[in-house]
Design a protein around this ligand. Structure first.
Ligand code: KG4
Ligand code: ZN
Length: 362
């Protein structure tokens, strides 16, 4: 079963061909980072226009590099949410057109759920189903969530950020420190150069139990990063950056606060949840300090950790095609009725989405 995956939810235009939900035959990613860097963040209109320009050649290259032809493709899988509306529309429209022209099924995929799959894409990696129930941490520029994937493969958020995403916290700090965009790699680099302590600790994002945004989630599994950013701004007002050494110490203390917030919640979530592994995904999973700390957390919990290879940490289409290959996603006639869904609510069952779409079908 060869699935062509298409991803355009944010600022990467990507296409990939994956065999049987596991073997990546090609993965082409065109990143728009240089286009957005001068603006300090992703500009939606620039993103969608670039997707429009790039998507035909990215798809063509993915098929060529896989050593197959369009006729060999058995299904087309595409991200339909969450993400930027105008970016999602480009990939979804291309996928609908392609599936219709080829007479092949379309499969609609949830971007966040796909990030979990990226931890199982390395050659020789075990399959995700062997480690269910599984705990997953998805940390990117737009999302930060702790997810439990049940024995039946159904994912459910057990904890998350109540405001900014972890990547956003890195990006905003980088801007305040004048280190540019994207912030994660810049903060990591500065943190690695730090010698000695800052003598000041940034808050680790604790949430009080009576926070109304918690809903049914546990306070000790959720976190907040907006206070962290404010704390950095206040610190800088009182202590302007003196020199590179001071800057590096600030970056290290700030990175430490994010890593600790994420790792301590994962450690708590692993306690008594019966999970058989910890998987990590999203752009922030590139962070070396986070990877090292999470390895310790998994070891203490006595479970294996699955970390994506660097090329699969950020947005890519191999994770989209691979997840579709496991039987997940919105399938059948209903998929052709899917709309770009920027605020896709995580964990909505594909069958519920299918029924809703078919009920209002023209
Ligand atoms: O998953 P991704 O490529 O795109 C989204 O879906 O958001 O994640 C991008 C985010 C950015 O916020 C970027 O600063 C962050 O991932 N990031 C990192 C590192 N590399 C990228 N954060 C921390 N450390 C890194 N090494
Ligand atoms: Zn992503």
């Amino acid at each position: 079963m060869l699935i062509l995956g298409i991803e355009s939810s944010c600022d990467e235009t990507a296409a990939a061909v994956v065999r049987d939900g596991a073997e990546v035959l090609s993965s082409v990613i065109h990143t728009q980072v240089p286009l957005h860097a001068p603006h300090g963040g992703v500009v939606p209109e620039i993103a969608s226009r670039s997707h429009m320009e790039m998507i035909p050649s990215v798809i063509r290259r993915a098929v060529e590099e896989a050593g197959c032809s369009f006729a060999d493709i058995d299904a087309v899988a595409v991200t339909y949410g969450p993400g930027l509306a105008s970016s999602l529309l480009v990939g979804l429209s291309a996928a609908k057109g392609l599936a219709t022209a080829l007479g092949k099924p379309l499969i609609g995929i949830d971007h966040i759920e796909a990030h979990i799959q990226s931890a199982f894409l390395a050659p020789g990696s075990p399959r995700k189903d062997e480690f269910l129930p599984l705990l997953a941490l998805v940390v990117s520029g737009g999302h930060s969530a702790i997810i439990r994937v049940g024995r039946d493969g159904a994912p459910r958020i057990v904890g998350q950020t109540l405001d900014d995403a972890a990547g956003e916290a890195f990006d905003k700090a980088s801007q305040l420190l004048g280190l540019g965009y994207p912030g994660g790699p810049a903060i990591q680099k500065a943190a690695q150069e730090a010698h000695g302590e800052l003598g000041f600790e940034f808050p680790k994002g604790q949430i009080s139990r009576d926070n109304p945004a918690l809903g049914r989630m546990r306070a000790d599994l959720c976190f907040s990063f907006s206070g962290l950013k404010t704390s950095l701004r206040n610190y800088l007002q009182k202590n302007p950056v003196r020199d590179r050494e001071h800057l590096c110490r600030i970056a290290a203390a700030y990175q430490d606060a994010i890593v600790e917030a994420l790792a301590s919640r994962c450690a708590k979530a692993l306690k008594g949840c019966g999970c058989r592994g910890l998987a990590v995904g999203g752009g922030v999973s590139l962070n070396a300090a986070l990877r090292a700390r999470l390895k310790d957390v998994a070891e203490e919990a006595g479970v294996p950790i699955f970390l994506p290879e660097p090329r699969y940490c950020g947005d890519n289409a191999a994770m989209i095609a691979a997840l579709a290959g496991t039987g997940a996603g919105v399938r059948g006639e209903a998929a052709l009725l899917l709309d770009a869904t920027p605020n896709l609510s995580f964990g909505t069952s594909p069958s519920a989405i299918r029924e809703k779409l078919l009920a209002k079908a023209p």
